[in-house]
Design a protein around this ligand. Structure first.
Ligand code: SAM
Length: 285
């Protein structure tokens, strides 16, 4: 195991911090934060409270959305002169809807070593407990603030089969869910994951129409930090395969292996080969 107490190569460390529960900081994060020369923090007062909780004395330096492009070069120069720096945001993993992109890009361009530490991140935490398919997903950042932008975004993802994940603000949750209802309809399964790792952690998954009713029943359900996860559009159902195509598949399969029978039938009827093949596996001898 690496001993982070001795940092000999100048490195930019990307250090996740807890998204609520302070117990989620890792030992390696604590070691790095106590050992680096300086911590670049989104909000130095906020990070100061975290550091004093863990009795860490390292100096901090502000690096936020408004000054990052301008300050990144100075930090790269410090790194090139031999200092080690840790980058933290207010909560979770830096760069994930948080500052850090410009600094990391410039460090990599300058040949400075960038070492990421794994740790808390609301999108992954929410997905892991959502019950939605996790084999393919996309993180879409914050929902656009205005209704037109939200509907455009929703139309863009309406037909994708992967799980789509958004960060959302409690001030906009009601309006966003109404826009979702308009574009995706009441049956699309959506999960609301709020206050993760905190006292009032809630993870509720329902068809959208029912989720809206559930949220409206108790105003506390609209409060706090939240992640919205949308089930991808489901695959074409077996019923969508024309009866004629299924009959042809059955006849061809008497003479041909299922794969070839499905390919030929797909070509004749212009339907999905995989859907026919799957139907064949389930229904033919
Ligand atoms: N970098 C952070 C991460 O790794 O998750 C995200 C920072 S972004 C500015 C803040 C947003 O993340 C919140 O508005 C909320 O949508 C989501 N978030 C952060 N902490 C959360 C929590 N404990 N529960 C649910 N969502 C959370």
């Amino acid at each position: 195991m690496t001993d982070n107490k001795t940092l000999d190569v100048p490195t930019l460390y990307i250090v996740p911090t807890p998204i609520g529960n302070l117990g989620d900081i890792t030992q390696r994060a604590l070691d790095v934060l106590s050992s680096v020369d300086v911590i670049a923090a989104e909000d130095t007062r906020h990070t100061g409270r975290l550091l004093s909780h863990f009795n860490i004395q390292t100096k901090t330096f502000a690096l936020h959305d408004h000054n990052e492009q301008h300050k990144a070069q100075a930090l790269v120069d410090k790194l090139l002169s031999g200092l080690s720096i840790a980058l933290v945001s207010d909560a979770g993993t830096p760069l994930i809807s948080d500052p850090g992109y410009h600094l990391v890009t410039q460090c990599r361009q300058a040949g400075v070593k960038v070492t990421p530490l794994p740790g808390a991140c609301a999108v992954i935490t929410a997905l892991s407990a959502s019950g939605l398919p996790s084999d393919r997903f996309s993180f879409e950042g914050f929902f656009p603030a205005k209704s037109k932008g939200r509907k455009d975004k929703l139309m863009e993802i309406a037909n994708v089969e992967r799980t789509c994940i958004f960060y959302e603000s409690p001030h906009r949750i009601t309006d966003s869910l109404q826009d979702m209802l308009e574009v995706l309809g009441p049956d699309r399964e959506v999960v609301l994951a709020r206050e993760l790792t905190k006292t009032f952690e809630t993870i509720q998954g329902l068809p959208l129409g029912e989720l809206i009713d559930w949220i409206e029943e108790d105003s506390n359900r609209k409060r706090g930090e939240m992640v919205l996860l949308i089930h991808g559009q489901r695959e074409q159902k077996d019923e969508a395969l024309p009866d004629e195509a299924l009959r042809t598949l059955g006849i061809l399969n008497k003479e041909l292996p299922l794969k070839r029978a499905a390919a030929a039938t797909a070509e004749i009827y212009n339907v999905k080969k995989n859907a026919l093949y799957k139907w064949g596996l389930d229904n033919l001898d």
